[in-house]
Ligand binder design. Structure first.
Ligand code: UGA
Length: 441
């Protein structure tokens, strides 16, 4: 099939490369000329394991190309995926103006009947608004091509985006006619045949809602276990064992029950806000989601409390922050709990030194006021305390001796629960974890 992907961010670029792998003829379009130039040179513009290889495979097979020219992008398109950003607005809802702009542009540049598929995360009923825009624009321009709207949410995680896209748990699409459903069946046929995947075929608003409900539910799980971690600290229990004990119940499961500094990234914070906003717009008070957000911010407050408990005033203290990315495996800093924490520390007057294995370039660009350390050793040198803020695997190997020998005061706040508390305590460190106070006592 001839597929065009509009917007080559995390979702768009990985999806485009996967469609090409499944045998489709794919064009990636973006209005950012610098991104297009990098991808035409065969290089992804962001870090994602396995993506360069997947892109190279598509380009070599002449099934994947990139352009910044909308006419060229849509010349042969039968199915167009909208993968542009839907960033948060101050009121909590997402900014859908980029999605709308794609709708208008597609009408202008379409050369045949086509299906416009929302892959960007959008609130329920965005499809209806998009259809309205398309119909108006088609009338204005006098175009006769059939353009329908469908929803096909994406569930990939950054850092595992290639794996998640090539081997998803499920495929979900919502359509409003047999024609559009059959087109999406054809798009996913190679994947479904190979993996015998569950496919949920539904209407457009239901598909849109599946995405928001999934992300809000996962964020709720994380906040739930973080709230439990607070209780653990107060009653002397170990949250990791609590989560393990809960997770053996197959109705609960083990994943996304890791207590720590809370969730971040470009999706959960924005999508929880957007879902709460949609709920209030349609007259339902989804107070649970307000709590999910509060608990998430509260985890950072808990780290500051532990630091203040040890250091009294943070002003004038040097604090090493290990990790800047919102999770391991990515250089993405959007809504990163580590970056929020570093800023909270700086606001409290601390001299902050941030280390990250891959995200320091982005940090210098986006948060130039924060101090940086090129190595873990440099970050720790004579710092008054250290906070492990992102659970990068390389930090697991830091020994208690490394902390003890380098820090000015032996204070370690393990905000991602990566270390063995007994070893840390045995080495004489003032070690704090999240919800593991029983061991520490
Ligand atoms: C998330 C979802 O997991 C994907 O299914 C979805 O497609 C994506 O959003 C999206 O909407 O595009 P992502 O934001 O890449 O993916 O990252 P996650 O792996 O879900 O992690 C999100 C945050 O939660 C990270 O800050 C991570 O550290 C935190 N987290 C995750 C925890 O604090 N505890 C956990 O147990 C799991």
């Amino acid at each position: 099939m001839h597929i065009t992907v509009i917007g080559v961010g995390h979702v768009g670029l990985v999806s485009a490369a996967a469609f090409a792998k499944w045998g489709h003829q794919v064009v990636g379009y973006d209005d950012d000329a610098s991104k297009i130039a990098r991808m035409q040179a065969g290089e992804a513009w962001f870090y994602e394991p396995g993506l360069d290889e997947l892109m190279a495979e598509g380009v070599e097979a002449a099934r994947l190309s990139f352009t910044g020219d909308p006419d060229e992008a849509l010349a042969e398109a039968e199915v167009v995926f909208v993968c542009v950003g839907t960033p948060p607005l101050p009121g909590g809802g997402p900014n859908l103006s980029y999605v709308e702009a794609v709708g208008r542009s597609v009408v202008e540049h379409a050369r045949r009947d086509l299906l416009l598929v929302e892959k960007s995360t959008v609130p329920a009923n965005t499809g209806k608004r998009l259809e309205q825009v398309i119909d108006r624009e088609a009338e204005r321009l006098g175009t006769a091509h059939r353009i329908e709207v469908a929803s096909n949410p994406e569930f990939l995680k950054e850092g595992a985006a290639v794996q998640d896209t090539l081997h998803p748990d499920r495929v979900v699409y919502g359509t409003s006619s047999d024609w559009s459903r059959d087109l999406l069946r054809q798009v996913y046929a190679p994947l479904v045949a190979e993996d015998e995947l569950p496919v949920v075929e539904t209407d457009v608003p239901t598909a849109e809602l599946i995405k928001h409900a999934s992300n809000a539910f996962l964020a709720t799980r994380i906040s739930f276990i973080n709230a439990v971690s607070q209780i653990c600290d107060r009653v002397g229990a170990d949250v990791r064992v609590v989560a393990e004990g809960m997770g053996h119940d197959v109705r609960i499961g083990h994943r996304f029950l890791q207590a720590g500094l809370g969730y971040g990234g470009s999706c959960f914070p924005k999508d929880v806000d957007a879902f709460a906003h949609l709920a209030s717009q349609v007259g339902y008070d989804f107070g649970l989601l307000d709590e999910v957000r509060e608990i998430n911010v509260g985890q950072r407050r808990a780290v500051l409390d532990k630091l203040e408990g040890e250091l009294w005033h943070l002003s004038g203290k040097t604090i090493a922050v290990l990790g800047a990315a919102f999770k391991p495996g990515t250089d993405d800093l959007r809504e990163s709990p580590a970056v929020h924490l570093a800023n909270d520390l700086a606001d409290a007057g601390a001299d902050v030194r941030v280390h990250d294995p891959v995200a320091l370039g982005n940090l210098a660009e986006e948060q130039p006021h924060l101090g940086q350390a090129m190595t873990v050793e440099e970050a720790l040198a004579d710092a008054h305390a250290v906070v492990v803020a992102t659970d990068w695997p390389e930090y697991v190997d830091i020994t208690p001796e490394m902390y003890r020998d380098r820090l000015a005061y032996p204070i370690v706040i393990d905000a991602r629960n990566i270390h063995d508390p007994e070893k840390m305590l045995a080495a004489g460190l003032h070690y704090y974890a999240m919800g593991r106070q029983s061991i520490i006592r």
